[in-house]
Ligand binder design. Structure first.
Ligand code: MGP
Length: 217
């Protein structure tokens, strides 16, 4: 699906959530309880389309914010799977109020756990990993360390897709390692496969294709 269609499908999500509000009031008239299940945080989905006529920041589009389990699934079920996006596109999901960019004050001192996928993995595990990462975020999987988590990004790239979990402070080694281990466990990544954590400052200033790892699990 091209990115115009992604935007259309996102509009449909917004329409559907409005429909949901009507149903809710009808349910109340019928005397039934209809309560959505609130998430610990509100999460905003962003979509990046690589339009070379525009700047990087301009290509980031804020799509919708969800704060209930039901609205998360409604969103997930209506948008295209990551594996079907045009190469060059990204989805990002961040806590409401945090932009998916290094410059945001919540990200400036942070970094990311990075999962590099090879080309074959787009068909075998990209979508499952991305869903699991989102569920880790919205489900507050990391207990008190969840406060460190700002969001996650999936980059669809011909050279190999990437999934990253962005944390707010690259100095909190103990918590960062716990999050990395849990992430690896939740995704069922083999112990032999190493995941690296890069400070955004290092990613920003990297000269080759990889930035140095501050932590490894
Ligand atoms: P990318 O989209 O994260 O990875 O960064 P890609 O396309 O795999 O490229 P690679 O360099 O990792 O191999 C691509 C480019 O997008 C970066 O070099 C920056 O120019 C720009 N960019 C990416 N991010 C996450 C940011 C950001 O947060 N802020 C700004 N200003 N530019 C960014």
């Amino acid at each position: 699906m091209d990115s115009k269609k992604v935007e259309d499908s996102v509009e449909k999500v917004v329409d559907d959530s409005l429909d949901g509000k009507e149903e809710e009031s009808e349910d109340k008239v019928a005397g039934e309880e209809y309560v959505k299940h609130p998430l610990q945080n509100a999460w905003t989905l962003w979509f990046f389309k690589n339009d070379r006529t525009k700047g990087w920041e301009e290509n980031q589009k804020e799509i919708i914010t969800v704060d209930t389990v039901e609205d998360f699934w409604s969103l997930y079920n209506h948008i295209e799977l990551a594996s079907r996006l045009t190469p060059g596109c990204d989805y990002s999901i961040f806590k409401k109020g945090i932009k998916p960019m290094w410059e945001d004050e919540h990200n400036r001192k942070g970094g990311r756990w990075l999962i590099n996928l090879d080309k074959k993995q787009r068909g075998s595990c990209l979508d499952d990993f991305w869903l699991e990462v989102m569920l880790c975020l919205i489900g507050d999987t990391f207990n008190q360390d969840s406060e460190l988590v700002n969001g996650a990004v999936v980059n669809i790239r011909n050279k190999g897709d990437k999934i990253a979990m962005w944390l707010c402070d690259s100095k909190q080694g103990e918590s960062i390692l716990k999050i990395g281990q849990k992430l690896k466990e939740r995704l069922g990544i083999d112990a032999k496969v190493k995941l690296g954590f890069e400070a955004h400052q290092d990613t920003m200033n990297k000269s080759g294709s990889t930035a140095k790892n501050k932590y490894v699990v």
